[in-house]
Design a protein around this ligand. Sequence first.
Ligand SMILES: *[C@@H]1O[C@H](CO)[C@@H](O)[C@H](O)[C@H]1NC(C)=O
Ligand SMILES: *[C@@H]1O[C@H](CO)[C@@H](O)[C@H](O)[C@H]1NC(C)=O
Ligand SMILES: *[C@@H]1O[C@H](CO)[C@@H](O)[C@H](O)[C@H]1NC(C)=O
Ligand SMILES: *[C@@H]1O[C@H](CO)[C@@H](O)[C@H](O)[C@H]1NC(C)=O
Ligand SMILES: *[C@@H]1O[C@H](CO)[C@@H](O)[C@H](O)[C@H]1NC(C)=O
Ligand SMILES: *[C@@H]1O[C@H](CO)[C@@H](O)[C@H](O)[C@H]1NC(C)=O
Ligand SMILES: *[C@@H]1O[C@H](CO)[C@@H](O)[C@H](O)[C@H]1NC(C)=O
Ligand SMILES: CC(=O)N[C@H]1CO[C@H](CO)[C@@H](O)[C@@H]1O
Length: 496
Amino acid sequence: MLPTSLLCLLHAAIVFAQATRQQLPLNKPLSFSQSNSPPILIIPNSGNLTVSIAICSEDPGGSGQRFFLTNASSDSPNVPGPGGNGVYEIILNQGLGIFNGPFPNGGVLAVNGQGSFEVGASDSGPIHAILPTFPLLGDTTSSQALLFSAPFAAIEAAPEPTFPSYTLPQANLSIPQYTSTHNFSLILAPTTPQSGQRKLTDISQTGCALNAQQSSNASTAINQTLWSRDADGWRNQWLIDGLTPSTNYTAYVVQDNTKVSGPIYFATKSSAFPCPLVHSLPYCPSVAYSVPIPASLLPSGQKAFDSDSLPSGISNPLLASLTNFTTMLSTFPCGRDMYSPLVTCQDCQIAYRRWLCAVSFVRCGESSPQRLDSFTATPVASTATGMGVRPTAAGQEVPSALLPVSAPTASGSPNTRNQNIPALNTDYLMLLPCLETCTAVDRACPPFLQFRCPLPKFNAGASYGVGYIDGFGGDKGGGVTGVAQDRWGNVWCNGV
Ligand SMILES: *[C@@H]1O[C@H](CO)[C@@H](O)[C@H](O)[C@H]1NC(C)=O
Ligand SMILES: *[C@@H]1O[C@H](CO)[C@@H](O)[C@H](O)[C@H]1NC(C)=O
Ligand SMILES: *[C@@H]1O[C@H](CO)[C@@H](O)[C@H](O)[C@H]1NC(C)=O
Ligand SMILES: *[C@@H]1O[C@H](CO)[C@@H](O)[C@H](O)[C@H]1NC(C)=O
Ligand SMILES: *[C@@H]1O[C@H](CO)[C@@H](O)[C@H](O)[C@H]1NC(C)=O
Ligand SMILES: *[C@@H]1O[C@H](CO)[C@@H](O)[C@H](O)[C@H]1NC(C)=O
Ligand SMILES: *[C@@H]1O[C@H](CO)[C@@H](O)[C@H](O)[C@H]1NC(C)=O
Ligand SMILES: CC(=O)N[C@H]1CO[C@H](CO)[C@@H](O)[C@@H]1O
């Protein structure tokens, strides 16, 4: 006969095993916090299920959790474990594990080890995932950043108007509206953390682990809104304040607490950076960057310009010019006559709007804190032959299309290329638009408008970033970087 104490122990173990069996709901994540009695989960019956695991905090003991499942049957009394017959281990990679397979008789999932985690079982793709798309940097100042989530929903395209009532959109578009059912959170931390803290890229790359970092963070989102910045789709936009100057940051976006997008990196400007951010302009949806407007023109309490606070002396001439262009474009029998098999008057207006916004909203820039020589030190003469890309021995150092601009002289000459922007009383660096914003108009508009872009071999480099996206000869995507900016925080030209 067994001693009573051992009997009690056995009894407790059986009760414990039964009490912690728990049904896993379909298509809804369950969280489990750190405990000494990890649960045993019953997986629902389904022809095809994806079971996903996200580690929220690791086992303080150190060895980490392991997850074992069987899809043999949901009422097997055995607890799946290492080496068991018909048992699969869900292998974790950076805190995320995914198993996909048939569960005709349901299944059982068991956990070895301690630490908090989430489990999801879904019949429509994994609940926990690392998204293939990255967040996007708008721009930074010394203490602020404009950031976007990856696009999450397509923009409903305006129907192509038809002849004879081919009506193009007004210059002043209305603020677009969208209602999203998604939750987004932005997680941000210095890329090189203070001692004793872990890099965001070193913790589990899961929504719950990253969200836990955010709650302890100092920088604050002072505005959050949905925005259709470009044809890529709807994004969540954040305006962040309270960052440290000249610092490289790592950023992630977590969607619905379970799907991770990132990381991207970006650097804040030095503390002397003079240009405030401009964002959320319905008539220039892709303007989300710093512009050399004196910050003294900001209404009190505001930290960046939006469509309400932007001086009308800047917006009105832009809208007048766009109206003028639309009037001229409309003299073409749009929708009846074709000037191209590929593009329409509507495409022309879209490309022109984007170009007009990019050249009217002059962009400020600064060389990367890691590459201080990455701009042309002396202003380029208007006859100069391209300044965009400076070849180097390694062929790797690609300076940004930054052009120094001097503070206005006593004679009052303006210091921007847009005379409607009040002069900034200080020197700054201008980040030139990518030449492709111009060539897109050239390609999309009817030839009678005689819209012309400067040529790379003549003086295009004096006013545009040349050779970054397209090659010097114009070959699409054949430029040195192929893009205007990358996820590491490099911005080569203003490529809105
Ligand atoms: C369990 O999953 C594996 C892997 O997907 C599959 O090959 C096997 O047929 C499944 N077992 C049952 C009983 O469906
Ligand atoms: C099961 O679902 C996943 C995710 O939805 C899908 O990728 C996979 O092709 C499906 N497998 C079968 C056999 O239907
Ligand atoms: C654009 O139109 C909106 C109304 O849709 C109006 O409130 C706003 O003042 C206009 N913006 C400009 C710059 O005219
Ligand atoms: C979004 O967050 C709210 C509050 O945290 C929650 O009630 C809601 O279920 C979440 N929605 C999704 C899709 O995750
Ligand atoms: C955020 O910015 C947008 C655009 O400027 C504005 O319409 C909205 O009211 C702001 N939201 C908050 C909460 O301040
Ligand atoms: C409209 O365009 C015409 C022709 O290019 C130009 O002469 C006129 O000054 C423009 N008006 C405005 C308000 O831009
Ligand atoms: C920021 O840090 C990342 C990772 O160390 C690096 O790859 C990137 O070049 C840095 N970006 C800038 C703008 O300094
Ligand atoms: C805590 C803080 O001041 N800001 C933090 C933001 O990101 C992580 C998590 O707290 C820390 O490394 C930063 O210091």
